[in-house]
Write a protein that binds this ligand. Structure first.
Ligand code: HEM
Length: 511
């Protein structure tokens, strides 16, 4: 401390003794360098396209835009704000804050360019990687290029297929869930379903279930949650956010969990030969058998933990929220369940394939409540988006290397001009006659970075909805004041990497 204070004093003393001419020259040099850099950027940009319309700002350095963005995130109104600012002809805007440029778009052509036709120009980028490293490690979610490819190869062979035991494992944890919510009391839906999802994916992909439905202690889930919230805020600060410290205690809880899993799999003493073979064939088991490094194993486990748990539990929760508000839909769904699988036996794969109404409920949930409603990329080189500038918003938008681009899929999937005037209404029947354009509906993304667990996810969501409505006649929404059975108020959307309900959705399951 003493040395630092000493150093500071000597810097101040040195500045005091500098001649005014020297200080003036330094200020002039800095200003010149800044102006020159901004001139160079303008020149580079003009070769790529025009700028997208800016979100209006009254304060220097877009300070007011930053304050509004942070306030809206805190008030769980970022989704609504995004919709407001995107209401321009080209559906693409620029937010300039503290010298950082963030472009936001809900135009299908631009999203197609980012995810597919200009795939090599956009990636997760180093800032995202740095900010999320404490949670996502060097997993598929936070990396680009070769590292991303390697991760993807490890995961794909396990996520692309169903194992013969998947349904039995899902049923085992469904029974734990059903037992927990059968007491006639209101339950925080996301809390229960998130435990179900984690227990299933850990059992299927790691060979050992996290068992969170069997205990009240939830250290792993709570630690992951803390990191989601903190890192989402850091993202808004761009490169500055990457310099802020992570949550060491939370990281340690998650790291200890991963180490325990690897250690247990490495010295597995399972006696039952069938169960032993199952464990060895899981993602974790097969990497341990092959002698994969601990670091690479952790990267893959983390991808499954994050990708497999949150979006699916968020989707199931939104679906149950909508069903609780629409008892007529529950009645239709129960009739479909009764006529395909009946009310006593758990569904088998061919049963789920023959339930179009259930499938439409899931499609509509993923449209209205996309669990990854805002997805971010960084330009890895100077590039452009096909549309969004000019008086009609139809000209290309220049994008300089390092610019962050937000794909506002949540807003895209609720555009009245693409969906219809009832775009904000939950209506599973629309899917009987409505077919969205490919780049206007992308809850799982399209292109090379499409969700690797898409089929498994749909199976999980459909399975548990089917099981719950075999078991329960209905579900009701319980509001804070104890009122029950109505539609409740519209639940706001919270962005914590994923887009999830901003408040606890309390549901009572009725036998
Ligand atoms: C309803 C549930 C799910 C939804 C809506 C969903 C959605 C998505 C989306 C939008 C992405 C792209 C993320 C990005 O580009 O940044 C993604 C990626 C991914 N998802 Fe899912 N997902 C779901 C469930 C699952 C499940 C159950 C698994 C695994 C068991 C999984 C594994 C992955 C993986 C590994 C990636 C990374 C792909 C890559 O970057 O190449 N997802 N998911």
């Amino acid at each position: 401390m003493g040395l630092i204070a000493e150093d500071r004093r000597s810097i101040v003393d040195r500045v005091k003794t500098m001649s005014p001419i020297f200080i003036g020259a330094m200020v002039f040099y800095l200003l010149f360098a800044l102006l020159f850099r901004s001139h160079q950027r303008r020149q580079r940009l003009s070769k790529l396209g025009e700028r997208a319309p800016s979100v209006p700002s009254q304060l220097p350095l877009g300070l007011d835009v930053l304050i509004t963005a942070v306030k809206r995130i805190h008030a769980d109104q970022f989704f609504e704000w995004g919709r407001e600012i995107l209401n321009v002809p080209g559906r693409t805007v620029e937010l300039s804050m503290l010298g950082i440029s963030i472009v936001m778009t809900d135009d299908p052509n631009n999203i197609k360019a980012i995810l597919s036709t200009k795939f090599s120009s956009f990636g997760k980028g180093e800032t995202f990687h740095e900010i999320w490293r404490d949670l996502m490690l060097d997993s598929v979610f936070a990396t680009d290029g070769e590292v991303w490819h390697t991760n993807k190869d490890y995961l794909r062979e396990h996520t692309a297929k169903f194992r013969p035991t998947d349904y039995a494992i899902t049923e085992k944890h469904a029974q734990h869930l059903i037992r927990n919510i059968s007491d006639g009391q209101p339950h925080d839906c996301l809390n229960e379903i998130d435990r179900f999802s984690l227990d299933v994916v850990s059992d299927v992909f790691f060979g050992t279930s996290a068992g969170t439905l069997l205990t009240e202690e939830q250290p792993i889930r709570e630690s992951v949650e803390k990191m989601y919230n903190a890192n989402t805020q850091k993202l808004l600060l761009g490169d500055l956010g990457a310099l802020l410290p992570g949550n060491k205690a939370a990281s340690k809880v998650v790291d200890d969990y991963l180490n325990d899993l690897i250690d247990t799999a490495s010295s597995d003493t399972t006696k039952d030969p069938t169960e032993k073979a199952r464990k060895e064939q899981t993602l974790l088991g097969s990497m341990v058998v092959r002698g994969t490094s601990r670091k690479l194993i952790k990267d893959q486990l983390m991808a499954i933990l994050l990708g497999g748990k949150d979006p699916a539990s968020i989707a199931i929760t939104w679906a149950l929220y909508q069903l609780a508000r629409n008892p007529d839909m529950v009645e239709t769904l129960r009739k479909e369940i009764e006529s395909t699988v009946g009310m006593s036996n758990p569904p088998e794969p061919h049963n789920l394939k023959n339930m179009p109404y259930l499938h439409n409920i899931v499609q509509e949930t993923l449209r209205l409540h996309s669990p990854l409603g805002f997805n971010i990329r960084t330009a890895l080189k100077d590039t452009s988006l096909p549309t969004g500038s000019g008086p009609e918003g139809k000209d290309p938008v220049g994008i300089l290397k390092g610019t962050h681009v937000i794909m506002a899929n949540a807003s895209l999937q609720r555009r009245a001009d693409l969906v219809g005037p009832d775009a904000d209404t939950f209506n599973p029947r629309r899917w009987e006659s409505w077919k969205p354009a490919i780049w206007a509906y992308l809850p799982f993304n399209h292109g090379p970075r499409i969700c690797l667990g898409k089929n498994f996810a749909v199976m999980q969501v459909e399975y548990i909805l089917c099981r719950l409505f075999q078991e329960f006649k209905g579900v009701t929404l319980v509001s804070e004041d104890g009122g029950e059975g109505g539609k409740g108020t519209e639940v706001k959307i919270r962005i914590a990497l994923n887009t999830k309900p901003a408040e606890a959705i309390m549901l009572r399951f009725v036998k």
